[in-house]
Every structure is written in structure tokens, then in C-alpha cells.
Design a protein around this ligand. Structure first.
Ligand code: SF4
Length: 111
């Protein structure tokens, strides 16, 4: 890995404010609205908001999502003030599919 690649990765990672907001389960309603629950990922220290398994999170928790510049542009459930999202994404309009769904909620796990 080159110094430029390492610097770019460090810059990307530094955008996380470590607020832990994304580590709570979310629910999406039939209109595509996202609601955060008070259920945290079991590996989140809810007091310090630090991930207890950060260095090995993808190995230990396969449902943890690695945020990339490309992925952040597609995720509607990141908080508006997420350090990654502020730079890359504006809220997307609900899709036609979401508008057709009635009375359905889906749970989005904490990342
Ligand atoms: S919501 Fe964004 S800034 Fe906050 S912990 Fe998650 S990735 Fe980091």
C-alpha cells in the first residue's frame, strides 16, 4: 500500500465523529421513512459510544457494514450529521417501490 493510499484511508476514517448513532437499529416504514430505535448493536458501549470490537468488527460481527465513499452515497439511514454523509450525500426521495408497500416495516440492524 502506498503512502497516498494510506493517507487517503486515514482521511476517510477521520470523518467518523464516533457518535455511535449508526450503531442503533433502525426501522423503515412503508413510505421509506427511517426511524432510529434505542436498541444498540450489542458491541457498542452505549456510554462511551465506542465499538468494543472495533479492530475486529468485520470478523466478529458479519452484519457490520464497512462504509466506503461509494456505499455512503446509497445509504439513506445514516444520520444527517454523520461525518461521512455530510460530505457525500443529500437525502434521497423514497423509491416507487417503497411508496407501494403498505403497512410494512423493516428492521435495519446497527452497523
Ligand atoms: S453515524 Fe457516522 S459519524 Fe457517527 S459513528 Fe456512525 S459513521 Fe461515525
Amino acid at each position: 500500500m502506498t503512502a497516498d493510499v494510506l493517507a487517503e484511508a486515514a482521511d476517510w476514517d477521520s470523518r467518523c465523529k464516533q457518535c455511535g448513532e449508526c450503531c442503533f437499529e433502525k426501522i423503515e416504514d412503508e413510505r421509506g421513512n427511517i426511524f432510529y430505535t434505542r436498541t444498540a448493536c450489542r458491541f457498542l458501549d452505549v456510554v462511551s459510544r465506542e465499538c468494543k470490537i472495533f479492530e475486529r468488527r468485520f470478523e466478529i460481527n458479519p452484519s457490520c457494514i464497512k462504509l466506503t465513499p461509494e456505499l455512503v452515497q446509497t445509504l439513506r439511514w445514516l444520520p444527517r450529521d454523520c461525518g461521512y454523509r455530510r460530505k457525500h450525500v443529500e437525502p434521497a426521495a423514497p423509491s416507487a417501490k417503497n411508496k407501494k408497500q403498505k403497512h410494512s416495516l423493516r428492521t435495519i440492524p446497527g452497523k
